[in-house]
Unconditional design. Structure first.
Ligand code: NDP
Ligand code: GDP
Length: 339
């Protein structure tokens, strides 16, 4: 089986590469060139996997690149993971977010349609499309009310995929994935920001962790569990839309408390709102609130109802919230010591 992964240098690309390697797939990874010629999470893969990945350099915004690629390779499966994926950045850079996430996605699906219509296509949609959800929990029937340029761009991609599936009979699955994290999560996302800071604070390399909204609540799972769901979506009957999530909500505050517990520090809180601080037992201020990290609009009522994926794909989120935090802090502690 031959696969193409866009966004292979990101978090999900890392775990999907591992999975497809285990399944003996031929893997072609799309990487955009940067001046240092680094390849993101690919560099963290075991060498036997790295050596099997064929890298093709290309940018999502280049329609010609994808047309030539699909005409030449005609893969069995294409996982379209590449995106400007950070909600906060999308408020500051909405135009480039739309270019990459909307036009870029159109380039991918058009190339599949024109040059390799038998390729099964996965699109990385998101729970962010629900915006301020009208009902809880959310499933495939819940209506979408996006509340960030990122969410708007992903909803455009999602509807493009649905339209092409229906209009041209293409095999396309949209994964409406809730937040999933890991030891290779981008450092700007709150979970990794916390696990890295806790490890550095424990080792005396950082004094304070500054965060935005501590009361923000998310449905957080482990990325490894979620990429398995992506593969299942292309290997089960026909293309369809599926929600993947844990069905549990936790606050940023809980994440902080458990992460510090992992290194033997108990946090207690004092003050309110932007003046709230988190202190250790010996009175050191370890957590502060900084308004710079607040979002212009917050969407914190996402809770997944993944019963469709559970029934049709037998998919389940396996890793608990505590296990997720444990493995992230453990990995960052190791990296802090090595540096
Ligand atoms: P990452 O941000 O870790 O990875 C994004 C990838 O897209 C990177 O490989 C990045 O390359 C690549 N990319 C960005 N812009 C371009 C471009 N113009 N041309 C080519 N490649 C580009 O995201 P994740 O792995 O966490 O997520 C995978 C997908 O799933 C994304 O589409 C994301 O929006 C979506 N998603 C993620 C969720 C999550 O919780 N992780 C939840 C729901 C959806 P580079 O390394 O060069 O930056
Ligand atoms: P997102 O759900 O894709 O936006 O993932 P993030 O990890 O960026 O944010 C998750 C939640 O954490 C959001 O509700 C943020 O408002 C909240 N949050 C609180 N403090 C921070 C912070 O310092 N950085 C980030 N990235 N998010 C924060």
């Amino acid at each position: 089986m031959k696969s193409i992964i866009t966004g292979i240098s990101g978090q999900d690309g890392f775990f999907l590469s591992k999975l497809l390697f285990e399944k003996n797939y031929e893997i072609i990874g799309i990487v955009r060139r940067n001046s240092s010629m680094t390849t993101g999470t690919i560099e963290k893969l075991p060498h036997e996997i790295k050596e099997k990945i064929r890298i093709e350099y290309g940018d999502l915004t280049d329609a010609g690149f994808f047309a030539r690629l699909l005409e030449r390779e005609k893969p069995d499966e294409l996982y379209h993971l590449a995106a400007q994926s950070f909600v906060g950045y999308s408020f500051q850079n909405p135009a480039s977010t739309y270019d990459v996430n909307i036009s870029g996605t159109l380039n991918v699906v058009n190339a599949v349609k024109e040059y390799s219509p038998n390729t099964k296509l996965y699109f990385a949609a998101t729970s962010e499309m629900f915006g301020q959800p009208e009902s809880t929990p959310q499933n495939e029937e819940t209506s979408f009310k996006p509340r960030s340029p990122y969410a708007v761009s992903k909803l455009a991609g999602f509807w493009t995929m649905k339209t092409y599936r229906e209009a041209y009979g293409m095999f396309i699955s949209n994964g409406i994935l809730f937040n999933h994290e890991s030891e290779v999560r981008g450092p700007e996302f709150v979970t990794r920001k916390i696990s890295m800071a806790v490890s550095r604070i424990k080792n005396g390399k950082q004094l304070v962790l500054e965060l935005g909204n501590l009361n923000a609540r998310k449905d957080w799972g482990y990325a490894k569990d979620y990429v398995y769901g992506m593969w299942q979506m292309l290997n089960n009957g026909t293309g369809d839309d599926y929600v993947l999530g844990t069905g549990e909500l936790h606050t940023v505050r809980e994440f902080v408390e458990i992460a510090f517990q992992e290194v033997g520090i108990k946090i207690h809180w004092e003050g309110e709102n932007e003046n709230e601080i988190g202190l250790s037992d010996d009175g050191k201020i370890l957590v502060k609130v900084n308004k710079a990290f607040f979002r212009p609009l917050e969407s914190d009522n996402y809770l997944a109802d993944a019963s469709k994926a559970n029934n049709k794909l037998k998919w389940k989120s396996k890793t608990s919230f505590k296990e997720l935090i444990k493995l992230m802090v453990k990995s960052d502690l190791q990296q802090t010591i090595e540096k």
